[in-house]
Design a protein around this ligand. Sequence first.
Ligand SMILES: Cc1cc2nc3c(=O)[nH]c(=O)nc-3n(C[C@H](O)[C@H](O)[C@H](O)COP(=O)(O)O)c2cc1C
Length: 304
Amino acid sequence: MRVLVVYYTQSGQLKEIIDSVVAPLRLDSDIVIDYEELRPVSDYPFPWGDAFFDCFPECVMDIPCALQPFSFNPETDYDLIILACQSWFLSPSIPIASFLKTTEAQRLLRDRNVITLHGIRNMWVSAQEIIKRKLLATGASLVGNIVLADRHNNWIAAITIVRWLVHGKRGPTGILPRAGVSDADISNASRFGEILIDSMRTGNYDDLQQKLVAAGAVRVKFDLLLIEKNARKIFVKFALNVIQRSTISAEKRSAGISIFKGYLLFALFLLSPFISVIFTIAGILIYPVARKQIRYYQGIVLKS
Ligand SMILES: Cc1cc2nc3c(=O)[nH]c(=O)nc-3n(C[C@H](O)[C@H](O)[C@H](O)COP(=O)(O)O)c2cc1C
């Protein structure tokens, strides 16, 4: 059996997650794993410093970057493709979205079984819906989804990730925990690989996602879900505005990005704690609706 892992990572966190998930597969002599690390022609900085918000409009509006040539052969008969992704501004990161647009990816993915694996802060559902649509368009079958997130409170996770991604300080420092997915969650992710192997051996992926969810592979919090779904609509409006400004001048674009930055920092640090409480209460009051939504996002089907 042959598996291809396609990924992009800046800090190496996503590669650590991949290594943990595929560890059981590597012990199986019948399985060969190939890796394809995506390399943008002009790579994004890490830490990002002041450049952090620059890619926001292109990210949200799905405007691709150029990628260096791939080493995989799209005609290889892969039994499984693991697409390891991160969310950027509630969208698939630009390298992953760009990959999915290439003719090589479309040839590679046609009629293949695909598992998506996310290593994110805590908001991934919008990106996953976009990826689901793109996979469906290529003719791939999404057979599983695994999500590893920072499990700290949204507010704390926002402070620590900004410090990490923008300033390169991952922590822990003082009362603030280490940013990103915890080491324990990363090392425990190998249990998902064990589940995966069972499906690969039988060639039956029908109940894979159900088993992954039962093992804790996809946790959906209703308040974060509602925040994300509403924020995504607002992000699209801001992104369209910045793209339109970009056609006028670099100064206008940069002013548009600054306005978005102000909005995001206000929403993330001042508004979101109150909204979280309201949405959590709403989730209790409309429990059957909330449960249905959570089940949908834990699944792999695409709402028509
Ligand atoms: C520009 C940018 C935007 C991000 N936006 C989100 C987001 O919307 N939701 C989220 O959960 N994580 C977000 N993250 C965090 C990433 O998903 C990811 O966890 C982090 O960048 C580490 O990934 P790495 O493996 O590439 O180093 C963002 C990161 C970057 C760089």
